[in-house]
Design a protein around this ligand. Structure first.
Ligand code: ADA
Length: 546
């Protein structure tokens, strides 16, 4: 299932996870969804177009919604041989609505393409791997005459344990519908609203507000969650429902500080790619949970979802564990000039925010990691995207991770100013000197009176390579030395509000990156691809817990 709880008690939802058949280059393979084809020995390094299919039994005729959590990276969806949907980008969900489906056995086929082409603007040979497959869960929903598409929750604190909850609900008619009622409830509060008469395929947005009291705040390591439920009613009969889990908390930026529930916070944690030696980018929930245990054990309180929106099940775990999340759109150091780039980013931004807006764990939205933030052209791209994020969600601060050292011209556009720095790894200036010099420059160039985060720092170590005396680069000892120095410098800086180690676990990278990446991996993890801790794990834990 796509979430770690039931999103519907009334609407009938069937998982389509499980055994499908994958055909690549005229060979058929059994294929487990969610999954990536790199797990099949013959396809470990294959890049191409595969057909992935299964049969689906429909018991009762009616409207059907297919929900795909993620397909990597381009999906064309076919129902009984007819093209019914298309989606680009591996890391956001999409839906296909099928009207008046007959009862019986149907064929669902997804053409999946993971090639690098001039159209795959966000998926390029990069410092992480673009896998092929259906990497997140798939569901089939049986629908009636109208459905609740989504809800967006926000809250304002009105007193101790008291909030005003605001919920925007989108409703869609699949047939002509007379006026309906909407009932929304959370944490003991509730509201009713009218949904206007809708013609077939029309949508309506309804906003309700209601006070709640006696609420326990969501906080770091205290993932207190409440069910938010919406019911759509016609003549007193429930037509559809939707449930999400929300938390009551406030996030704000005040001067140089970030405040959670009015209290100053320092975010410390890891950049984490969705990648695993066994599962590729389609991690099982067990594997996600194991990651969370390691993250909590290290003393971290936050995760940056470099460099794309994450699986909502991982965000559900962060919600439940009280881990703060910096979630960012899908763009790592890529060319922002090609035609269509703005449009494709706008789609990912919108999908990211509308799909994940209710996760209390997310405290900031990020965009365009290490892109062109030192030119006027780039500034315009950053400006437009940051504005779009603020429009989509006025409740969260926005940021981006820069590597345009001493040349960036976009820091005035953000709420939180962030830089990725690698002192002692990519250059030899002492960490404290470099970080202080850069922070001072940031203050003079747009970051004054804003929080500063060092969104990446770290060093490489090939797991198992030891050099206790020489402490050569790539040895586990040297990685520990460098992280020790970086953490001592950064965690000790009064001016800084956050620090993210690059990175949690080693990841596979594109073949094109092999020259600077031993084992074709980015080896800067403090655990390896199978989550075996390197020596640096203890170093990080000493700092994060200290
Ligand atoms: C960058 C980038 C990461 C990774 C890292 C590194 O700053 O944002 O994706 O490539 O450097 O390992 O060099």
């Amino acid at each position: 299932m796509m979430r770690l709880f039931d999103e519907h008690t009334l609407r009938q939802v069937t998982t389509l996870d499980g055994l499908w058949t994958l055909t690549a280059e005229d060979m058929a393979y059994p294929f487990l969804v969610p999954g990536v084809w790199e797990r099949i020995p013959a396809l470990t390094t294959w890049r191409g177009v595969a057909e992935i299919e299964r049969t689906v039994v429909i018991d009762k005729p009616g409207h059907v919604l297919l929900r795909f959590g993620g397909v990597s990276h381009t999906a064309t969806v076919w129902w009984d041989g007819e093209k019914v949907g298309w989606h680009y980008n591996a890391f956001t969900a999409f839906e296909v609505l099928l009207k008046d489906v007959q009862a019986g056995v149907h064929t669902l086929r997804v053409t999946v393409d993971n090639r690098f082409t001039k159209e795959s603007l966000l998926h390029v040979p990069n410092d992480y791997y673009t896998y092929g497959g259906i990497n997140r869960p798939v569901e089939l929903h049986a629908l009636g005459a109208a459905r609740i598409c989504r809800m967006a929750f926000s809250c304002t604190e009105t007193g101790e344990g008291a909030y005003l909850a605001k919920v925007n609900v989108q409703v869609q008619a699949l047939e002509d519908c007379a006026a309906m009622q909407l009932h929304v409830a959370a944490a003991g509060g509730e509201a009713m609203a009218e949904v206007p008469t809708l013609k077939e395929d029309e949508t309506a947005c309804v906003t309700v507000q209601f006070p709640v009291s006696g609420v326990q705040k969501w906080d770091i390591r205290q993932g207190r969650l409440y069910d938010l439920s919406a019911k759509l009613l016609a003549d007193g009969r429930i037509m559809d429902d939707l449930i999400d889990r929300v938390g009551f908390r406030t996030v704000e930026v005040r001067g140089e500080d970030m405040l959670l529930n009015g209290r100053k916070v320092f975010v410390k944690g890891f950049n984490r790619h969705e990648d695993h030696g066994q599962f590729g980018c389609a991690l099982s929930v067990d594997a996600m949970m194991d990651d969370i245990h390691l993250i909590l054990d290290s003393g971290a309180n936050s995760i940056r979802t470099c460099h794309y929106p994450n699986d909502p099940r991982f965000l559900d775990l962060c919600d439940a564990m009280g881990l703060l999340v910096w979630e960012e759109n899908h763009a790592r150091a890529i060319d922002i000039h090609p035609e269509g780039f703005d449009e494709v980013c706008a789609i990912v931004n919108e999908e990211m925010v509308t799909q994940h807006v209710n996760h209390p764990c997310i405290y900031t939205w990020g965009i365009l990691n290490e892109c062109e933030s030192e030119t006027e052209f780039g500034r315009e791209v950053y400006r437009k995207q940051l504005e779009q994020l603020r429009r989509l969600d006025p409740t969260r601060p926005v940021t981006f991770a820069s590597c345009r050292f001493f040349t960036d011209i976009c820091l005035d556009l953000v709420d939180i100013a962030s830089f990725n720095i690698y002192p002692l790894w990519y250059h030899s200036e002492p960490a404290a000197d470099y970080a202080t010099r850069l922070a001072a420059w940031m203050d003079e160039n747009g970051a004054k009176d804003k929080p500063i985060i060092f969104s990446e720092f770290g060093a490489g170590a090939i797991a198992g390579f030891h050099d206790p005396f020489g402490r050569a680069k790539w040895s586990e000892e040297r990685q520990g030395d460098i992280l020790d120095a970086q953490l001592t410098a950064i965690l000790g800086m009064e001016r800084v509000s956050g620090a993210y180690i690059w990175q949690f676990a080693d990841v596979k990278v594109a073949e094109e990156w092999a020259y600077s990446r031993p084992k074709t991996q980015n080896n800067k993890g403090i655990v390896d691809m199978y989550r075996r801790p390197k020596m640096s794990y203890a170093v990080v834990k000493k700092h994060f817990k200290g």
